[in-house]
Design a protein around this ligand. Structure first.
Ligand code: OXD
Ligand code: MN
Length: 581
């Protein structure tokens, strides 16, 4: 027995009886163990060695071609009451769900190794961190969990000291999409996932635990689990303010979290605390404090280069697992947007032929320790986290949404988050580029009824008397010629500067029916060659189009029926009326 915790050893024994593995390996999270896992995967072809001179410690994994993204249609929340998960989730009765999955898990690990991965989400000595144990039959998952979480002995010690833990059972099964399910049992703090090896479906600490189960647990315990990056912005005076931003998957969270200030903004610096998930708590001082529950990045590869994200580019040159990228003649990883060399082998291992589509999969990924990031914040390990000055909501919208606008109150901010919409991306299976509602960027991740979630958000604001200001940003607005109006990337710091000025009671703004927008001169567009016309187009509020948007939001809210918080409805009414004037 590898643990003194009888609840854990009993569960492992029960899973062993059900899944019938060849052997069991309790993972301690050591470097040596990681190397052994890598060696095993090199031996059986799960990993391929990349060029060890230019990319030391880097490996390539090619997934099954049908298993390359999250599968929202196969993801379920299994609570006792159907209404508790809302129209925003797929629901299954928990008894039926256990029976269905246990039948699939029966004998699923025959001939395989069962890995037991105790992990901690959050700094190992943080009172805000939470524990979990994933059981998996995938060495790829074990190695990725070592990078993405604090996995191993220290986490097990907290569990053995009596702290509760989330149970996650995972098997790649036969990888058939017909037998693929990602099931969550929030009342039991349990996850069962079968049939996929893809990050968001299989690294159970990430989306399944740190968002779906944690959002439910957070409501029970008084905090928030959000799909947000956390970044520290240091001004030329040396003061650092922290911003949390919720953007949907593959909409630039990693880029903003690692932003490099432009040449024209001397003396500014940024510090990455997290790039995907934030756990937020109301502090005794009335501010909102954030920790990043993760220890690594599982980032989108295409588009990453020295100009778009030099920090990420430098981070992934060693000790990185690449998934579904292409390879060059000298065995380096390659992806669309990498501005040197050319691919010879595509992500499926075929000789590269543009007729087959992109060389790297559009959702190809890197997994790497956050500590390799040149802009890694020393506050990322702070048990209390960092105080948040501003919350940003944002999406990918070619039209309508201005570059930035500010909520006039917390409740208004909650409405802005609740009404958010964005174009879909390759991070989830399904059509790419269609606009859908993605409230707080949590559509795929909120483990309970959105109506209850928005209500809960409002009560968090009531408890935080120094709550952050809330903003909406859109880096993706296009002009009549179909081209992006805003340069994005490092230049986004201009927008953040105005945002932080507003939080400090400075920063000139104009009031519009949908909120405050910056006076155009606040963005100093001339420094980057933006004409006055382009700036005014970026900030333009088309009242007629916004009236339609508010009508569409009202229509969207209707499905939440009686549970929709009256305060949210009142905010909606207030703005819809202002737009009519
Ligand atoms: C992710 C996602 O992988 O949001 O972070 O899909
Ligand atoms: Mn994400």
């Amino acid at each position: 027995m590898a643990t003194t915790n009888s609840a854990l050893s009993n569960w492992v024994a029960e899973v062993e009886r059900l899944t019938q593995p060849e052997r069991i390996r309790w993972c301690d999270g050591s470097e040596q163990e990681y190397q052994e896992l890598i060696e095993e995967m090199l031996a059986d072809g799960t990993l391929l060695k990349l060029n060890q001179t230019t990319y030391p410690g880097c490996y390539l994994h090619r997934s099954d071609p049908s298993d390359v993204a999250r599968v929202e249609h196969l993801t379920f929340i299994c609570s006792r009451e159907r209404e508790d998960v809302g129209p925003n989730n797929h629901w299954m009765n928990p008894v039926a769900a256990h029976a269905k999955l246990d039948a699939l898990f029966k004998g699923a690990m025959r001939g395989r190794t069962l890995y037991v991965l105790p992990y901690c989400m959050g700094p190992i000595d943080s009172p805000h961190a939470r524990l979990g144990v994933e059981i998996t039959d995938s060495a790829y998952v074990a190695a990725n969990m070592k990078i993405m979480t604090r996995m191993g002995t220290a986490a097990l010690k907290r569990i053995e000291a009596g702290e509760p833990f989330v149970r996650g059972l995972h098997s790649t099964g036969d990888l058939s999409p017909d037998r693929r399910f990602i099931m969550h049992f929030p009342e039991e703090r349990m996850i069962k996932s079968i049939g996929s090896g893809y990050g968001g479906n299989a690294l159970l600490g990430k989306k399944c635990h740190a968002l779906r189960i944690a959002s439910w647990q957070a409501r029970d315990e008084g905090w928030l689990a959000e799909h947000m990056l956390i970044v520290g912005i240091q001004n030329p005076q040396g003061e650092t303010h922290y911003v949390a931003a919720a953007f949907p998957s593959a909409c630039g969270k990693t880029n903003l979290a690692m932003l490099i200030p432009p040449q024209s903004m001397k003396g500014w610096k940024t510090w990455t605390v997290g790039d995907d998930i934030a756990w937020l708590h109301v502090g005794e001082d009335g501010r909102l404090w954030a920790i990043n529950p993760e220890a690594g990045y599982f980032g989108v590869m295409p588009g990453t280069n020295e100009k778009t994200n030099k920090n990420a580019y430098d981070t992934i040159h060693s000790n990185t697992i690449f998934t579904n990228v292409a390879v060059t003649a000298d065995n380096e990883p390659w992806w669309e947007g990498k501005d040197d060399k050319t691919p010879v082998t595509d992500w499926q291992g075929r000789p590269y032929d543009p007729a087959n589509g992109p060389a790297a999969h559009p959702n190809s990924r890197f997994t790497v320790s956050a500590k390799q990031n040149p802009s890694y914040s020393d506050k990322a390990e702070d048990p209390q986290g960092v105080p948040i000055s501003a919350i940003l909501f944002g999406g990918r919208r070619a039209h309508l949404a201005p570059l930035v606008y500010e909520a006039t109150s917390w409740d208004h901010g909650v409405l802005i988050g609740a009404g958010m919409a964005s174009e879909t991306t390759a991070a989830a299976a399904g059509q790419v580029g269609t606009v859908r509602r993605d409230p707080m960027a949590m559509k795929p991740f909120c483990g309970y009824n959105f109506a209850d979630y928005w209500n809960y958000w409002m009560t968090v604001g009531d408890r935080a008397d120094k709550a952050p200001h809330i903003f909406h940003v859109n880096w993706f607005r296009k002009g009549a010629d179909g081209k992006f109006l805003w340069p994005g990337f490092g230049e986004n710091l201009r927008v953040i500067k105005w945002i932080l000025d507003r939080c400090e009671g400075r920063g000139e703004a104009l009031e519009t029916p949908i909120g405050f927008i910056p006076k155009a001169e606040e963005l100093h567009g001339q420094d980057i060659g933006l004409s006055a016309d382009t700036l005014s187009e970026l900030l333009r509020i088309d009242h007629e189009a916004w009236r339609e948007e508010y009508a569409a939001i009202a229509e969207y809210f209707k499905q939440y029926g009686e549970r929709l918080p009256p305060r949210l409805q009142a905010e909606h009414q207030r703005i819809a009326t202002a737009l009519k004037r």
